[in-house]
Design a protein around this ligand. Structure first.
Ligand code: ADE
Length: 230
């Protein structure tokens, strides 16, 4: 199983660093994910490679023109009719682990990154399958958001993480936050690691961790706790 991502942006250079490091880099080398950064300007036809224009009706800022986006997505979809078209926008569905899981089982995802004040409404009406927001704040561009979505999605593709790490997602999907972790030294600047973790009693440690997760979730993220788990 592998997922192909096409990222359509006017800022391709912004994405090189994060895609060419660490786990995402290895996942691409192992052909578990394919990530192609596409410069939207390659689908313009004028000398200045224009991708934006003034809004009809007036107002501040610029709006992304429909033509390059339509032409690019149509070309990227050619021979790949099952491709899923995502647009990154603060108006989309809030991104979470479930959205990442749904994307991770797709074969081909095309990501349309918004810039400026917005994107011509006809793009979302007829070209886009799903709009995703990575949180309730406004970024300068959707390219940054696309990296977050791809990173969280790629690590769920089988084989991208080692076996030990992939179990981690299971624990997140239970809805509880992680328990506190410690490593050596057992005492640092007067701060001691909880005695329990040095006991070697694996059953007791598992119980302690479970309690810690629940307590932490109750304190920090009560919204994650389902009604039947209170
Ligand atoms: N573009 C600008 N802000 C964004 C956000 N919060 N999520 C996704 N795309 C965006």
């Amino acid at each position: 199983m592998s997922v192909k991502f096409d990222i359509l942006t006017i800022l391709p250079e912004m994405l090189r660093g994060p895609l060419d490091e660490s786990i995402l880099k290895r996942a691409q080398e192992k052909k578990l994910v394919e990530i192609c950064v596409r410069n939207l300007r390659d689908w313009t036809h004028d000398k200045h490679r224009t991708t934006d224009d003034r809004p009809f009706g007036g107002g501040p800022g610029m709006v992304m023109k429909p033509e390059p986006i339509f032409e690019a997505v149509e070309e990227l979809k050619r021979g790949s009719p099952e491709a899923w078209v995502v647009m990154l926008t603060p108006q989309g569905r809030r991104f979470d682990q479930q959205v990442a899981r749904d994307l991770a089982v797709r074969k081909h995802v095309i990501m349309v990154c918004g810039h400026y004040e917005g994107v011509d409404e006809r793009v979302r009406q007829t070209l886009v399958d799903q709009e995703i927001s990575i949180g309730d704040y406004v970024l300068t561009n959707g390219a940054l958001a696309s990296i977050v979505v791809i990173d969280a999605t790629a690590r769920l593709v089988p084989g991208v993480l080692g076996h030990a790490d992939s179990a981690k997602d299971e624990s997140f999907s239970s809805g509880w936050l992680e328990y506190p972790q410690y490593t050596r030294p057992a005492e640092y600047r007067g701060m001691a690691v909880p005695e329990m973790l040095l006991s070697g009693d694996h059953a007791a440690i598992a119980k302690w961790r479970e309690e810690q997760r629940r307590q932490r979730t109750r304190e920090r993220r009560p919204d994650l706790i389902k009604d039947d788990e209170q």
